[in-house]
Design a protein around this ligand. Sequence first.
Ligand code: GAR
Length: 218
Amino acid sequence: MINIGVLISGGGSNLQSVIDNIKSGYINARIAVVISDNKNAYGLIRASEVEIDTETVDFPSFDHRSDYDAHIVAILKRYDVELVVLAGYMKVVTPVFIDAYKNKILNIHPALLPSFPGLHVQKKTLEYGAKFSGCTVHFVDEGVDTGPIIAQAVVPVLDDDTEESLSSRILKQEHKLYPLAIRLYTQNRLTIEGRRVMVSPPISHDERINIAPPHSSG
Ligand code: GAR
């Protein structure tokens, strides 16, 4: 069974959906450690509630980004982590990290990449006037939200949407999309060809619908 390390910065509702989908048997993996750059992240409580080890790393106490990432990598190695899942982790990952976990780091982003990379993307989506948004799970490379795309889900933008309402509808889809992508990875079904990620065997109807809803979000 593969050891996963989850990195968070905040609420951890995506972490919760991974926890719930491991519990239901949808994902065959174990979360070895949850690491946060924010000691007040609610996701740390979610992890502790189910007795997952947690670590907090204080970003400002490092002189260089690469030292900070080397420290994170050391923790991941100590826990024998084989797959890194960024779940609302608000730090850019440096080459030290990417090289240590080449094509073994996944990220979820609340937009249909390559549109709206970076931060505050739901606000930017509304301001731009896009009619569809959604979420993307991708491998992490050296760029910001530029890695090969594994899966996407589309969410319509409604005329009366606010940043909050749009974010919350996208988040609901994230809670389905991330477990699906992690399942595909752990089953060794992903192959990267250039920028394209091929899935073999293809995603079935049953595995799309059998995703456990997170027991709580926020
Ligand atoms: C999610 O919408 C995730 O896609 C986004 O932060 C939120 C975290 O929610 N991530 C990014 O914007 C990464 N750049 P959560 O803490 O409840 O999982």
